[in-house]
Design a protein around this ligand. Structure first.
Ligand code: PEP
Ligand code: MN
Length: 337
C-alpha cells in the first residue's frame, strides 16, 4: 500500500500516522521524503488496513492499494487449486461437478423423481431449495425443515450429496446432515451469516451477488475462510446489467479472472443467469469452455407446474441431452465427466 502525503505535512503528524499503522502488527512503513511530495510505502500484511481510514487523516493526500485486500482466498499465497471434498466426490481438480435439481423441493415424489433421473444422467450432486429467497412475500417460500428432510430422503435413495440454501443462521441446526450449504446471491454480503459459516466444517457454495464485483465476492469468501472454514466454492450466477432479454447477464469472464485471482473452485449457474430453459445448454457449454469447475442447473420434472423458477428449469430429458452434449467439451478441456 502506498500513502501519498500532503505537501508540508507536519513531521509529528506523519509519525503519529505511522505509529498507528505499525501498531496493527506485521507491517513496516518506509517513508520517502521528497522536495515537493512525500510518500509512505507499507510492506507486510496490509489486509487489516482500511484505506478509507488512512485517507481520512489530515496529512494524507491519497492512498493506493497495490495488493489485494483478501489473503486466504488469494492465489498469490496459495498457488495450488483448492479441491473441496464432498463425500465421495470433489469440486475442483480435473472432474467436472454437475449439481442438478429443482429450484425448490416441493414434494417427496418430485424430489426423488428428479434425483433419480439426474443421477442416471451423470449428476454428481442434488440441489433443491428448502428456504427460498423470493422477491414477493406472497410467493412460495419453500418447505423449510420438511424440505431438508425430503432432500435427505432423496440422498438416501440415490446416494447423491445434497446442496441447499441457508437464509438465516437461526436455522443452522437443520443443516446438520446437509453436504454443501449454499449462500444465495442475496446473502453474499450478509456478514454475520458468513462469519458463522466460517465456524462450521461444511463446504459453502457462495453465490455472487446480483450487483457485486469479483473483489467483493472474494472478500465474502475471505469472511468464511478467516473464521477457519477453507471449503469455499464460488458461483457466478449472472449479474444485473441494462439487458432485459435475459434474467441476468452471465459473466463468463468471471471464470478466467477468478482462476487468476483465487485458488478456490468456481462453478457456473446458467439457470439463474439466463432465466430461460433453452439457453441453459449453450451457456453450460460456454462455462466449461472457459474453465469452470462445474455447473449448477435447475431441473424439474414438470417445469410448467414448478412452484418457483419454472421458466428456467429444464426437464430431466433435456438434462440428459445436455450431459451428452457437454461431454466432448469437457474432454476438450481435459475434464472427466
Ligand atoms: C437458487 O439457487 O435457487 C437461488 C435462489 O439462486 P440465487 O441466489 O443465485 O438467486
Ligand atoms: Mn431458482
Amino acid at each position: 500500500m502506498i500513502i501519498i502525503l500532503k505537501n508540508n505535512a507536519p513531521k509529528q503528524e506523519i509519525e503519529k500516522l505511522i505509529e498507528g499503522i505499525e501498531a496493527l502488527g506485521n507491517i513496516t512503513a518506509n517513508t520517502i521524503i521528497g522536495e515537493h511530495s512525500s510518500i509512505i510505502g507499507l510492506v507486510g500484511d496490509t489486509s487489516r488496513i482500511n484505506e478509507d481510514d488512512i485517507a481520512a487523516s489530515d496529512v494524507v493526500e491519497a492512498v493506493k492499494r497495490v495488493q489485494e485486500p483478501y489473503k486466504m482466498a488469494n492465489r498469490k499465497f496459495h498457488p495450488d487449486d483448492t479441491v473441496v471434498q464432498v463425500g465421495d466426490t470433489s469440486i475442483g481438480g480435473t472432474g467436472l461437478t454437475m449439481i442438478a435439481g429443482p429450484c425448490s423441493v416441493e414434494s417427496e415424489e418430485q424430489i426423488v423423481a428428479v434425483a433419480e433421473a439426474v443421477k442416471k444422467s451423470g449428476a454428481t450432486m442434488l440441489r433443491g431449495g428448502a428456504f427460498k429467497p423470493r422477491t414477493s412475500p406472497y410467493s412460495f417460500q419453500g418447505l423449510h425443515d420438511t424440505g431438508i428432510q425430503l432432500l435427505l430422503e432423496a440422498k438416501k435413495i440415490t446416494g447423491l450429496p445434497i446442496v441447499t440454501e441457508i437464509m438465516s443462521i437461526a436455522h443452522i441446526d437443520l443443516f446438520a446432515d446437509v453436504d454443501v450449504i449454499q449462500v444465495g446471491a442475496r446473502n453474499m454480503q450478509n456478514f454475520e451469516l458468513l462469519k458463522e459459516l466460517g465456524h462450521c466444517d461444511k463446504p459453502i457454495l457462495l453465490k455472487r451477488g446480483l450487483a457485486n464485483t469479483l473483489e467483493e465476492l472474494l472478500m465474502s469468501a475471505e469472511y468464511i475462510m478467516a473464521g477457519g472454514n477453507q471449503n469455499v466454492i464460488l458461483c457466478e450466477r449472472g449479474i444485473r446489467t441494462f439487458e432485459t432479454a435475459t434474467r441476468n447477464t452471465l459473466d463468463l469472464s468471471a471464470v478466467p479472472m477468478l482462476k487468476r485471482l483465487t485458488h478456490l473452485p468456481i462453478i457456473i449457474d446458467p439457470s439463474h443467469a439466463c432465466g430461460i430453459a433453452w439457453m441453459v445448454e449453450p451457456m453450460a457449454r460456454g462455462a466449461v469452455a472457459v474453465g469452470a469447475d462445474g455447473l449448477i442447473i435447475e431441473v424439474h420434472n414438470n417445469p410448467q407446474k414448478a412452484l418457483c423458477d419454472g421458466k428456467q428449469s429444464i426437464t430431466p430429458a433435456a438434462f440428459d441431452s445436455l450431459m451428452q452434449n457437454l461431454r466432448p467439451m469437457a474432454q476438450l478441456m481435459g475434464r472427466t465427466l
